[in-house]
Design a protein around this ligand. Structure first.
Ligand code: ADP
Length: 209
């Protein structure tokens, strides 16, 4: 089972991935966790290029292809083999991020993005996707309160960009209602975790088992 977490920066994805990983391990379920971009040797090298503040001259198309290249490698090298072995695979971001950031955010053609996303994913599609929804104001609040490092190249984008990404995520959720669940990211960490567990348990007892 492949479960992805999506949303604008600081929405709480990695916090929830960690909690879910712990929950599944406690249930003696095999679980493998990835982050995107990255997750493979090649992918981590690409990640370095993408987030390096020296690379401010990177074109939108270049950015999109680098994310897609990292994803194509991750899917084939890690995701498929782990799924085949029956693992629960959790990913902090996947192709919906490209649609939201490079499509709605940067303005690249959504059909072209769809085509390349499909190429990168092969026949893999997440079983469940959680979009953790917070406002751009909440993102900025968390950024200023909680960040103890320099902003990376993508985090340097302005509020209008993030607003488009956030709105884009809601449109993606609307299009793929069966797969995608929107979670209110302003609830407490524990409440969100319980909501996510409930949805997964419902999914397991209906479709999966
Ligand atoms: P992401 O992986 O989406 O960038 P993180 O999980 O790293 O987000 O969370 C970003 C920051 O927001 C962290 O400091 C985290 O502790 C905090 N945070 C996460 N979830 C919540 C929440 N539900 N309410 C308030 N703060 C949160």
């Amino acid at each position: 089972m492949l479960i992805t977490f999506e949303g604008i920066d600081f929405c709480g994805k990695s916090t929830q991935v960690k909690l879910l990983e712990r929950y599944l391990i406690d249930k003696h379920i095999n679980v493998y966790v990835f982050r995107e971009p990255g997750g493979t040797k090649i992918g981590e090298l690409i990640r370095g290029i993408l987030f390096d503040r020296e690379n401010l001259g990177m074109r939108n198309q270049t950015e999109f292809f680098l994310f897609s290249a990292s994803r194509a490698q991750l899917i084939r090298e890690k995701v498929k083999p782990y799924l085949k072995q029956g693992y629960y695979v959790l990913s902090d971001r996947l192709h919906d991020s490209s649609t939201a950031y490079q499509g709605y955010g940067r303005g690249l053609d959504l059909n072209a993005i769809n085509t390349v996303n499909n190429l990168a994913l092969g026949n893999i599609i997440p079983d469940l996707t959680f979009i953790i929804n917070i406002t751009v104001e909440e993102m900025n609040k968390r950024k200023s309160q909680k960040l103890h490092r320099e902003l990376d190249r993508i985090e340097l984008n302005d509020n209008d960009f993030y607003q488009r990404v956030r709105d884009g995520y809601l449109q993606i959720a609307d299009k793929y209602q069966d797969r995608i669940k929107i979670i209110d990211g302003t609830k407490s960490i524990d409440m969100i975790h319980r909501e996510i567990m409930k949805i997964i348990e419902e999914y397991r007892s209906s479709d999966f088992l």
